[in-house]
Design a protein around this ligand. Sequence first.
Ligand SMILES: NC(=O)c1ccc[n+]([C@@H]2O[C@H](COP(=O)([O-])OP(=O)(O)OC[C@H]3O[C@@H](n4cnc5c(N)ncnc54)[C@H](O)[C@@H]3O)[C@@H](O)[C@H]2O)c1
Length: 301
Amino acid sequence: MSNIYTLREMFGGQWSSSKRLDGKTVIITGANTGIGKETARDLAGRGARIIMACRDLDKAEGAQKEIMEDSGNQNIVIRKLDLSDTKSIREFAEAINNEERAVHVLINNAGIMMCPYSKTADGFEMQFGVNHLGHFLLTFLLIDLLKRSAPSRIIILSSMAHGWGTIALDDINSERNYHSRRAYGQSKLANILFTRSLAKKLKDTGVTAYAVHPGIVRTKLKRHMNLGLLIMWKIVRPFTKTPVQGAQTTIFCAVEPELDKESGGYYSNCRPSRCTRAARDDEMAEKLWELSCKMLGIVWN
Ligand SMILES: NC(=O)c1ccc[n+]([C@@H]2O[C@H](COP(=O)([O-])OP(=O)(O)OC[C@H]3O[C@@H](n4cnc5c(N)ncnc54)[C@H](O)[C@@H]3O)[C@@H](O)[C@H]2O)c1
């Protein structure tokens, strides 16, 4: 990685704000566990209508009940969304477009990390397919509603692991060259490049976009980590964040009024952070945009 992160950037960071979100609607993907669930709990406590976009409805129901009890907010709904299947994404977006008058915050949170090679229902490499392409399509399908709801925000969970990857434009689905750690890095790099392109294309629409590194957080995300990384994880564990701490930068990007004036940046510990040179490559961001549209068979200028 070409970046050096300070200890505070990697492990620290607290932020607090009493800002309310009454009357606002927030969609959070992967809201039944980890960072997504804690984000949902916090924003529910601020009065927002929360749409939990989840793959596993049984797990989501447990989380919904818990969030309702904790926040006293009954305006928490679950909708089925499997980001590894474009049919499911289209069905989810169609329901939202038919049922919701407005969406003020879209939080593209769901993710998988370092899984063995597999493909989505549409034949895309799984990490790129779920972490980037699935959210790219979801954002595309909701963008008109987000524009009509402006001021509105799109928050995309990336990672400091974006430094592990490059975008393999010609070889994105290949099993032959698959490397689980690099593929995760590639998908998280794509998250930042997508955020940058979104900010440019949405200029003057009232819709702003932010990429987030949540820190190193104690969630189930690490289930596919290899031995080397698991040993490293054990060493740094005392310095890692709880899911509540890990949710703070997402919450900051969702509610901080000052961020109305910014778009396209990368945030960690509730402030702008450094990303790698590859993540600031606007030419690559444009190529990735074109590739994503081509793979998904959509036109989005
Ligand atoms: N935990 C960390 O240390 C860390 C560090 C950097 C970035 N992140 C990012 O934060 C985000 C949240 O991760 P987390 O740590 O809370 O992990 P987690 O495993 O606890 O939660 C991930 C969520 O994504 C959902 N998901 C996975 N595949 C899905 C699919 N096909 N369709 C719909 N939902 C799907 C899961 O069901 C789960 O709810 C991810 O994007 C991750 O890359 C996490």
